[in-house]
Write a protein that binds this ligand. Structure first.
Ligand code: CO8
Length: 256
């Protein structure tokens, strides 16, 4: 039973709708627990090939729940260990697409950055306003943004805490697709269906190799890629893909 999200599927797409509109989907700990548990459930569900996380028209999520954090102390944070659950998102094997309309601020931006792909509205509002609260990003924001934009641009945005126009996020490769706000969901679903037709085992092996490239040396990354390339040859989908090519017909990938 979830209090802060709704989860459902459309064909083989698993959809998580953030559902706390009265506070612009501010993320309290229970809500993050629910999101991650649902991602893990979709990840284990053979009927699901791709996942989507979306908010509503006004907000993807306007950050961590400030009300919940206001009385935190260093020791309460140490004991609660609120970021352990965020780390579990990195263990999800299937593609995750964030659909961003409206605000994606602070922890909301970090949630989107934990997803593999981001489809955003042209007028979406990204940003890290934590500095204005006397703190800083805590769920990976400084790391994700620096890897995407380089330190100078990252410092400028995180130091000033000013909104980042979606167009800038797009130019730096943070956002994959930028469309009019009324078309965001449609575009994300189109992308999800496109991915759902791809061989699922290839997708997960590619996901692991690409994310590893961010941290590994070139040679270590190439070694990992090679192992994953070999593993792909254990799949039925490799046989189907190559056979379909020789028979000049479209392949049907079954995820085996
Ligand atoms: N937390 C709690 N409540 C929020 C939050 C939030 N982050 N954002 C909005 N709300 C609430 C407002 O208090 C308001 O409630 P009420 O109606 O009871 O007064 C309601 O949502 C609607 O908001 P506004 O009336 O303010 O709507 P506006 O359209 O005027 O403004 C803004 C929208 C600009 C987004 C504004 O609400 C705002 O500045 N929100 C705070 C944004 C922010 O600072 N985010 C960063 C939070 S800190 C963080 O994310 C740290 C991440 C670390 C990881 C977390 C791990 C747990």
């Amino acid at each position: 039973m979830s209090n802060y999200i709704r989860a459902f599927s459309q064909d083989d797409i698993g959809i998580i709708q953030l559902d706390r509109p009265e506070v612009l989907n501010a993320l309290n700990r229970e809500m993050v627990d629910e999101i991650v548990a649902q991602l893990e459930s979709f990840d284990q569900n053979n009927a699901i090939r791709v996942m989507i996380i979306k908010g509503n028209e006004k907000a993807f999520a306007a950050g961590a729940d400030i009300e919940e954090m206001v009385h935190s102390t260093p020791l309460s944070l140490e004991m609660v260990n609120p970021f352990a659950v965020w780390d579990r998102i990195s263990l999800i094997k299937k593609p995750i697409i964030a659909v961003v309309n409206g605000f994606a601020l602070g922890g909301g931006f970090e949630l989107a950055l934990h997803c593999d792909l981001i489809v955003a509205a042209e007028d979406a509002k990204f940003g890290f306003p934590e500095v204005k609260l006397g703190v800083m990003p805590g769920a990976g924001g400084t790391q994700f943004l620096t890897k995407a934009m380089g330190p100078r641009k990252a410092l400028e945005f995180i130091w000033l805490g000013e909104p980042m126009p979606a167009k800038i996020a797009y130019q730096f490769g943070i956002v994959n697709r930028l469309v009019a706000s009324e078309l965001v969901e449609e575009e994300a679903m189109r992308l999800a269906y496109q991915l759902a037709l791809q061989p699922p085992i290839s997708l997960r092996l590619i996901k692991e190799a690409v994310h590893a490239a961010v941290d590994l040396s070139l040679q270590d990354g190439k070694n990992l890629e090679r192992k994953n390339f070999y593993i792909a040859f254990a799949s039925e989908d490799q046989k189907e893909g190559m056979q379909a090519f020789t028979e000049k017909r479209p392949p049907t990938f079954r995820g085996m």
